[in-house]
Unconditional design. Structure first.
Length: 390
């Protein structure tokens, strides 16, 4: 069975040895599909906390929580603090109660972003096809690398993990699979400093007992709908024909069927969207009320902000689009002083544009977009800290 030592990168290991016979390491990967899987999800371990521990060795063994401010929430908890039940996004007062001994350090977003950029550069040197998901997380795709390259992705990823430790002083966990869905699940299995593999042949058994909520895109509403039909586990989905799922759960049902079988055809999105990220909605009956239009606009702005953040883009020009009941289209735009992917910035600019046009004219469509796109340096969670200084 193919094997790989994560410490000395030896691959010619005799079968059934627990330790690497070259360097003695116990961090040896064995998997039938080890050298044929080509999609990875890489996630840094307790990213902010790890960076603070790197920069202050006195913090190494203490429970460390990144957060602060009276109304703040936990931005990151180290693995020691997690043993006490401290979790990201938990209110700080709860974290302090769960772990009174925890050291609390205020977040230094500029520093984390700098390390995040360095990490992304290491990832890009591993494969040009990366899709960043957040400051410390990305998909890496090896499917389009030239075959002549020779080195299997698993080996490149083991090197990447070693490099992150040696050059940046942080640790990562790698999930390797045949597609994004399984790679993302795998990266969570063996944290921290992990390397987990879900192959094509393990996928069904692995997924069967897992809760349906683990499927990409299954939120609370869909979970409740499935539960009402007695479906809690991913394996149960496989007992229904695709047509039944489609009939019951609409277009999303179509996606449930392949995911439940461990199949996922999504590509890595590496390219910047060409011009803009936008969202629009058409009304069944034209709407003239400013309040109602503003409420619709609000939802669209949230959607646009989410999409920008997911792709780590920001935009500088906010575009409002309206279509009158008489099918006349108007677009109005406003260029901001700074690029943003923050919902509030987008909404305030778009709403200002809307107020000038919502003069009692009935509209049948409203849309909002952000153009003038660039890579985001600021990440969505930066906004979290603006009101936590109290
Ligand atoms: Mg992480």
């Amino acid at each position: 069975m193919p094997a790989l030592c994560r410490d000395c990168f030896a691959t010619d290991l005799p079968p059934a040895t627990a330790r690497c016979w070259v360097c003695g390491s116990s961090r040896v990967l064995w998997h039938a599909e080890l050298f044929s899987l080509q999609v990875a999800h890489v996630d840094c371990d307790a990213f902010y906390a790890t960076i603070e521990k790197r920069d202050n060795p006195a913090l190494r063994d203490v429970p460390l929580v990144i957060g602060g401010g009276r109304r703040g929430v936990v931005a990151a908890a180290c693995y020691v603090a997690r043993r006490y039940g401290v979790r990201s996004a938990m209110p700080m007062f709860k974290a302090r109660a769960a772990c009174p001994a925890a050291m609390v350090v205020r977040p230094n977003m500029a520093k984390y972003q700098a390390v995040g950029r360095e990490m992304r550069a290491l990832m890009r040197a591993t494969t040009p096809a990366i899709e960043p998901i957040s400051i410390d997380e990305a998909f890496l795709d090896f499917r389009d690398l030239p075959v002549a390259d020779g080195e299997p992705p698993a080996l490149k990823l083991a090197r990447l993990a070693a490099q992150a430790e040696a050059e940046l002083g942080i640790t990562i966990s790698v999930g390797l699979g045949p597609n994004k869905f399984l790679a993302k699940m795998a990266s969570d299995l063996d944290k921290p400093r992990g390397f987990a593999i879900i192959g094509r042949r393990d996928a069904r058994d692995f997924l069967a007992p897992k809760p349906v909520g683990m499927i990409f895109g299954v939120g609370k509403a869909m979970r409740e709908k499935l539960l009402a039909d007695g479906i809690q586990r991913i394996g149960q989905l496989r007992t229904y024909p695709i047509a039944t799922l489609e009939h019951r759960y609409g277009s999303f049902g179509e996606r449930l069927a392949p995911f439940s079988r461990g199949l996922d055809r999504r590509r890595i999105r590496t390219a910047r969207p060409t011009k803009s990220v936008s969202a629009e909605t058409t009304f069944e009956d034209p709407i003239a009320g400013a309040e109602e239009l503003s409420a619709r606009l609000d939802r669209l702005c949230r959607r646009v902000a989410e999409r920008l953040q997911a792709q780590v883009f920001q935009g500088q020009t906010v575009v409002l689009k309206l279509k009158t009941a008489g099918f006349q289209t108007l677009t109005r735009s406003h260029t901001l002083a700074d690029a943003t992917n923050d919902y509030a910035d987008i909404f305030i600019a778009a709403e200002t544009l809307l107020r000038r046009e919502a003069t009692g004219i009935p509209y049948r469509l409203i849309g909002v977009g952000l153009s003038n796109l660039s890579d985001a340096d600021e990440f969505a969670d930066t906004a979290l800290w603006e009101d936590t200084e109290g």
